[in-house]
Design a protein around this ligand. Structure first.
Ligand SMILES: Cc1cc2nc3c(=O)[nH]c(=O)nc-3n(C[C@H](O)[C@H](O)[C@H](O)COP(=O)(O)OP(=O)(O)OC[C@H]3O[C@@H](n4cnc5c(N)ncnc54)[C@H](O)[C@@H]3O)c2cc1C
Length: 453
């Protein structure tokens, strides 16, 4: 073993099972599993990535990539794990309003590099998430209704494909790869860096309005009616969740079932205040963190936990939200549910529904909402949790367009992955998989199989 590993020459460190730091290197944010590769390449740049891919390909082994590990669904057994956490550089070009983002950079690192220039990336609810992986999955964030999918604002990518070639991918140099990578996830190559657009956003009017859900059973339907009245500058979501009765939880929320309305508005503070006013009538307000905030604090809008844990979820993209289905959801995923559930609804539409500058593989653009149900999961409890999620989501079947892979935590089967795409796009993705990675050397968290010839 050590003999063959000596043939893998990288500038960055290698980690072997049983060796020092192997466990620490393979462990990411998602704790429901971890890769168990034969070797981990702690890549420091594109040469290391190429070396690792070539090493695997010539030995018929599989390769997977990990940045933050938020999206782990398919732990790799054996093979090569490319760990990109050492490739976290971000270079901003303020005059072009772009950033070059390396494979392992988190959104917070991009946000912090862009903010001094009055610019912001199309980042999401949790800034600790990896920017590249998020973007390859489409990327729906705090500015989405105003500017669209993150994937639609990628100018170019640098990618190592399964044949070990380093490719500069632009709409002109590699049109097929450029199309597939933006929405097709980690199926077509290992991205070493990407050039993205930055938006002229310094501040938001945003934060959270926390409503006592037990006193306001119709709060989800009330939020849905309100979303029909707002401009594209308003991106919002609602989470419904139980807060534990623990000292670290703000007093007003302890032990309560809460609807947390999450607001990100890019217009003026005065307009933002006026727009959210009707939401205050939806039920008793337990906490209010709405304010003007610098984009560098955008993580406080959703205020999601940043401590690694084990979770799984179900997700659907919906054409509408039926009030009867919302009422059923409130019960099926509410305080009396057999497992603790966090419901997440996001308002889509706006620029997300518009055509991209250059077509990409992102599917279901006409979805008006996304619905997710997420739970913490203990080993062995996965099937019970999935059954509860299935029941909670079932009433939305008539309005279901498909799935959003970025919000699907837990392994999906081929049909389920296919449901994320338009049928003709999925066919094209399988054909491109056959062209760029016919032996399925690259293992993505949501695999797309190669079309049979
Ligand atoms: C708390 C939380 C909040 C989130 N919020 C949002 C949100 O607002 N909007 C949104 O769209 N998504 C959101 N997501 C989903 C998130 O974008 C995905 O889970 C994403 O995959 C996480 O990136 P990562 O680098 O941390 O994950 P990793 O687990 O490191 O990577 C996930 C997968 O991406 C692929 N991949 C990673 N790096 C590369 C690379 N360099 N080249 C090719 N493929 C690669 C691999 O297939 C890998 O298995 C959220 C996730 C969490 C846990």
């Amino acid at each position: 073993m050590t003999e063959t590993i000596n043939e893998l020459r990288t500038a960055g460190p290698l980690f072997l099972p049983g060796g020092q730091d192997y466990d620490e290197e393979r462990t990411g944010f998602q704790r429901s599993g971890a890769h168990r590769p034969t070797v981990i390449a702690g890549a420091t740049g594109e040469d290391d990535v190429r070396a690792a891919v070539e090493y695997a390909t010539t030995r018929g082994q599989q390769v997977t990539v990990q940045a933050g590990g938020h999206g782990l669904n398919r732990p790799l057994d054996g093979g090569v794990l490319i760990s990109t956490r050492r490739m976290a550089g971000v270079r901003v070009d303020p005059s072009a309003r772009t950033a070059w983002v390396e494979a392992g950079a988190s959104w917070q690192q991009v946000i912090d590099a862009a903010a001094p220039h009055g610019l912001a990336p199309l980042s999401g609810s949790a800034p600790g998430v990896g920017a590249v992986s998020y973007t390859l999955g489409g990327g729906i964030g705090l500015l989405s209704r105003r500017y669209g999918f993150a994937a639609d604002h990628v100018r170019s990518l640098q990618v190592v494909t399964a044949d070990g070639r380093l490719r500069q991918v632009t709409p002109h140099s590699e049109p097929d790869l450029y199309w597939a990578l933006r929405g097709g996830g980690g199926n077509f190559g290992v991205v070493t860096g990407m050039e993205i657009d930055l938006m002229p956003v310094r501040h938001l009017y945003g934060g959270g309005l926390f409503i006592d859900a037990e006193q306001a059973p119709d709060v989800l339907a009330g939020w849905q009616r309100w979303t029909e009245t707002v401009p594209d500058e308003m991106t919002s979501a609602v989470a419904m969740l139980p807060f534990p009765d623990l000292p670290m939880v703000p007093q007003a929320l302890r032990g309560r079932h809460v609807a947390q309305l999450q607001i990100a508005y890019t217009g003026s503070v005065a307009d933002g205040r006026q727009l959210v006013e009707p939401l205050r009538a939806l039920g008793p307000i337990l906490r209010d963190t709405l304010r003007e905030l610098p984009y560098s604090e955008s993580g406080t809008v959703f205020d999601e936990p940043d401590v690694p844990h084990a979770y799984c979820s179900a997700n659907r993209l919906l054409s509408e939200l039926d009030p009867a289905a919302l009422a059923a959801l409130t019960t099926l995923a509410g305080p009396s549910a057999p497992v603790l559930c966090v419901v997440g609804l996001r308002h889509l539409g706006g620029a997300l529904a518009g055509p991209p500058r250059v077509p990409s593989a992102v599917g279901h653009r006409r979805a008006a909402y996304s619905l997710g149900v997420l739970s913490l999961v203990e080993p062995g409890a996965e099937d019970t949790v999935r059954a509860v999620h299935g029941d909670a989501i079932a009433p939305f079947a008539p309005a279901t367009l498909g799935r959003l892979l970025n919000f699907s935590f837990g392994p999906l089967n081929e049909e389920e992955v296919r449901s994320a795409y338009e049928p003709h796009d999925y066919r094209r993705l399988t054909e491109l998989k056959a062209r760029y990675d016919p032996r399925a050397t690259l293992v993505s968290n949501h695999p797309i199989p190669a079309a049979r010839r």
